[in-house]
Design a protein around this ligand. Structure first.
Ligand SMILES: [Mg+2]
Length: 349
């Protein structure tokens, strides 16, 4: 198959929180071929990423041949190299992720097989899920056995807010469930160390993103202080080159690459090789979305997928049609070819 057209579109979101997400949230990439087979991908970087795909990557992609995973790897390396002057991390790689995932979808559809069969041998049927968000009562009713709550540090009173949230979460999720905390870079080394003391009765599985991702040495020094809680992160890191730096600095106990940001499945496979070599568990960011889920079930990722159900009252944008539903705290990909989803066209007009 030869690539004949490439188009990136920024969907019309109605329900993203106002922030950088207003115009820099997720994009849809469509790649078409001369045999009528096409693929859809999902990338980050919003309007800036759309510009990169449509004004630069497109001209590099048109006419390229796609018959195998090796062809996808070759294209990945080519786009990575050509975008080095403005890329290597951030929005350029978020754009590359959208292209990469569209190519995996395309190859799956051409071969009539789900992407997980291209990734490797499927080793997980149903994946245990955890809910990220604030509506823990609802998540417990839905049957989730894992919960991650957001916590932001402002002042000393926030030791108590963390304890209260942990108590509530542990109470509802049960003794054997997983409870995690995402601090979104709002704690520092001292707060993290003291938090691990204050929260020791709640058996917290991981603290996520406690420091900024550039503070590699400070993170590596923190790891022993919070044991047995794991220091987790990686949603703000890109490609196997970036994760190699995390590995070299021994900065984290658990890695969370975002498959739609880190360089797609092609980069995730290489990140996984480094993780295996370092004996680091991997739990992809937003792994309950099809892009992560197909990777999780056929790789050596942990048996754990992140789901963001929102809240009971909240309305959400339904961008992807055909996404598998979570049930009783578990989720599994469908067996449709490719990723098995198509965009809601009314959001792309
Ligand atoms: Mg996070």
């Amino acid at each position: 198959m030869k690539i004949t057209d490439v188009q990136a579109i920024y969907p019309k979101y109605m329900h993203v929180p106002s922030s950088w997400r207003s115009s820099l949230w997720q994009i849809v990439v469509k790649i078409e071929t001369n045999v009528g087979v096409f693929g859809y991908g999902y990338g980050g970087g919003g309007l800036a990423s759309v510009a990169i795909v449509n004004n630069h990557f497109k001209e590099l992609l048109i006419g390229k041949n796609i018959e195998s995973k090796d062809d996808i790897s070759e294209i990945w390396e080519h786009l990575y190299f050509e975008s080095i002057p403005y890329g290597r991390k951030g929005i350029a790689i978020m754009a590359l992720s959208g292209v990469d995932l569209a190519l995996w979808d395309l190859l799956g559809k051409a071969e009539g097989t789900p992407v997980y069969n291209l990734v490797g041998t499927r080793n997980k049927q149903s994946v245990q899920s955890y809910a990220t968000g604030t509506d823990i009562e609802w998540y417990a009713e839905l049957g989730f056995t894992g919960h991650k709550f957001p916590h932001r540090w402002r002042n000393d009173l926030d030791y108590d807010t963390a304890v209260l949230s942990a108590e509530r979460s542990r109470g509802l999720i049960g003794k054997n469930g997983k409870v995690m905390i995402d601090t979104y870079m709002s704690w520092d080394a001292e707060v993290t160390t003291r938090m691990s003391e204050q929260l020791k009765d709640f058996n917290i599985y991981w603290f996520e993103d406690v420091l900024e991702p550039d503070k590699l040495e400070a993170q590596s020094l923190l790891r022993p202080n919070v044991k047995p809680t794991l220091l987790a992160g990686g949603e703000h890191e890109f490609t196997h080159h970036g994760f190699q730096t995390i590995a070299d600095n021994k900065a984290l106990d658990l890695w969370q690459p975002d498959i739609t940001w880190c360089g797609g499945i092609t980069a995730a496979l290489k990140i996984m090789q480094i993780a295996e070599h370092e004996n680091i568990p991997v739990v992809p960011h937003r792994g309950g979305e099809v892009w992560g889920l197909h990777f999780i079930v056929s790789s050596d990722c942990e048996n754990l997928a992140e789901i963001l159900p929102g809240t009971r009252e909240e309305t959400k944008d339904e961008l992807w049609i055909g996404e598998p539903e979570y049930f009783e705290g578990y989720i599994e990909p469908t067996d449709k070819p490719g990723f098995g989803v198509a965009p809601n066209l009314s959001m792309l007009r």
